[in-house]
Structure formats: structure tokens, C-alpha cells
Ligand binder design. Structure first.
Ligand code: SAM
Length: 276
């Protein structure tokens, strides 16, 4: 299947490829086998994105944390709505396999939604919406009669500095029964210096919204409360490094024992869970 995405839409191929690399490795941390199958089916030059085994470890650990938070929310709210924003070709809905009381919306830009519909079969209780989340009209398509979980992995940094908080305010306004919002963010310095990253150079995408400290957000979004925040280098479980070959093991130890503690690197990114 030919893929002709550009810009921010094309970046989904890097995270998809990373999950495929993890799934194909002898030591998967996420084990998303459908990512590996989808990569096989797409006619696209994945090599140009230069996804390394170390990147794959980082993306797999991040996705695993998101999945855990989604499962925990759905265990507490078996009747709920999930909005998976900037879903790309992530198979999260298949990994989680939500129960019949869950309405799940995968939302991404129209060209991605169109590709997604060709790649994955339809599922009961699951809908794909093609829209920019920076434009609030799509929210009217989502019923507001249940608690909501909003999940946005690898999306926030591609929104504008005003668009990110505006989206959060629109979500809080739309769902009177409340819910949670889970997303990852990079610091302003990382966003500023991100230009040379191969995924951005090759796709033409640009990171725009940086968040130095997730505790800043409730000031910009009335009603939002930070529940927990995990630093980008702290997503591994204590035993994870033992499952990896030596090179990756050392790399993960460097991340978790050194970069996670150095003042310059420890706050480069966060994965945060908010409630409202
Ligand atoms: C790095 S990819 C992450 C994709 C997916 N979450 C994953 O982890 O594989 C960024 C995604 O955000 C989407 N995106 C960027 N800006 C968007 C917007 N304004 N509205 C909807 N989706 C957007 C892109 O199309 C792309 O699918």
C-alpha cells in the first residue's frame, strides 16, 4: 500500500516503525505485533527516518505507560468514551481491546484517517474521525454523555503554543461528567533545538509547543488538575534493562540512572495524567 504523507502526518511512520522494531526484537517491551505487520504492508522508505533500536526502546516504553494508564481508567470507567488524538497508525485500540461499554474514537488529520481506515478493519464501538484537533468542530461529533479519557501520544509538541491549551480548554468544556487527559510533552529547549532530528528533517514537520513543567498547565486551563507526571527517562520498570542485549542495556541504564538525574536532562520531557 503506497503511503504519501508529508509534514506532521508523516511523523506517524517513525513511531509505528519504532513499535515494529520493538515487536520484531527478541526482547520486546511492548510487543505490538500489528505494528510489525502494518510496516510490512506499507510501501514507504522507513530507513530514511533512521529509527534506531534505542529509539524503539524509548517509544515502546512510552507506549506501554500510556497503555497502562488507559487500562486503569477503563477498569474504573467501563462505560466511557476514549478520544485517541493524533492516533496515527497506532493499534492501541487493538492492544487494549476495550469492553462493550467503551466508545473509542481515533482522531487524526483527514489524510491519516483515510489511510488508517484502509489499514485496520472496522471494530464495533470504534470510529475514526478525520480532523485537525486544532479546529474544535470535530468535538461536536463526540457524545458528551459519559466520562472521557483523552489520550494523545506524540501529538502535543506539533500543536501551536496557543493551540495546545485551547484544545485542553475545549475538552474540559465539552465533557461535563469529567475525565482524564494523558499526553506527553517536551520542554521548550527540546522543542527549540529539535530541527536536526532525522524525523523532522525528512518529513518537514516542526515541533512548536514546549512545556517545561506540566504543573504550569492548570493555570492555563481552568478545571484541569495534574494527577501524576513521569519524566521521559523514567518510563522503564526496574527489571527492563535485564531483558535487553548489552548495548541497549547500558543505554537504558544511562537514561534511567544518569540522564534522569542530571539537572540539564532530567526535565527534557514528561508524560502526564490530568483530571478534570
Ligand atoms: C509522532 S506521530 C504519533 C502518532 C501516534 N500517536 C503514535 O504514537 O504512533 C504525530 C501524529 O499527530 C498527528 N497530528 C499532528 N497535528 C495534528 C492535528 N492538528 N490534528 C490531528 N492530528 C495531528 C499526526 O498526523 C501524526 O499522526
Amino acid at each position: 500500500m503506497k503511503v504519501s504523507l508529508t509534514g506532521t502526518a508523516e511523523t506517524l511512520l517513525a513511531t509505528l516503525c519504532a513499535r515494529a522494531v520493538d515487536a520484531r526484537s527478541p526482547h520486546p517491551l511492548l510487543g505490538d505485533t500489528s505494528a510489525a505487520e502494518v510496516v510490512e504492508r506499507l510501501d514507504y522508505d522507513f530507513a530514511k527516518l533512521r529509527v534506531t533500536p534505542a529509539t524503539a526502546v524509548g517509544i515502546a516504553l512510552r507506549a506501554r505507560l500510556f497503555d497502562r494508564w488507559v487500562r486503569a481508567f477503563l477498569a474504573d470507567h467501563p462505560e466511557s468514551t476514549v478520544l485517541h488524538l493524533g492516533c496515527g497508525l497506532d493499534s492501541r485500540v487493538l492492544r487494549i481491546a476495550p469492553g462493550p461499554g467503551v466508545r473509542w474514537f481515533d482522531v487524526d488529520q483527514p489524510e491519516v484517517a483515510e489511510l488508517r481506515a484502509r489499514v485496520y478493519p472496522e471494530r464495533a464501538g470504534h470510529r475514526v474521525l478525520g480532523a485537525s484537533v486544532a479546529d474544535e468542530d470535530w468535538l461536536a461529533l463526540v457524545p458528551a454523555d459519559r466520562p472521557v479519557l483523552v489520550v494523545a501520544e506524540g501529538l502535543a509538541m506539533y500543536l501551536g503554543e496557543e493551540e495546545g491549551p485551547a484544545l485542553l480548554r475545549a475538552l474540559v468544556r465539552r465533557f461535563p461528567l469529567g475525565g482524564q487527559v494523558v499526553f506527553d510533552s517536551y520542554s521548550r529547549a527540546v522543542v527549540r533545538m529539535s530541527g536536526p532530528l532525522p524525523v523532522l528533517r525528512e518529513t518537514g514537520a516542526r515541533m512548536r509547543w514546549g512545556v517545561d513543567d506540566p504543573r504550569e498547565l492548570p493555570d492555563l486551563v481552568p478545571g484541569l488538575r495534574l494527577v501524576e507526571s513521569v519524566k521521559a527517562y523514567e518510563t522503564a520498570d526496574p527489571g527492563d534493562h535485564r531483558r535487553l542485549p548489552l548495548g541497549l542495556r547500558l543505554r537504558l541504564l544511562l537514561d534511567t540512572r544518569v540522564l534522569a538525574r542530571l539537572p540539564v536532562t532530567r526535565r527534557v520531557g514528561h508524560i502526564s495524567r490530568f483530571a478534570f
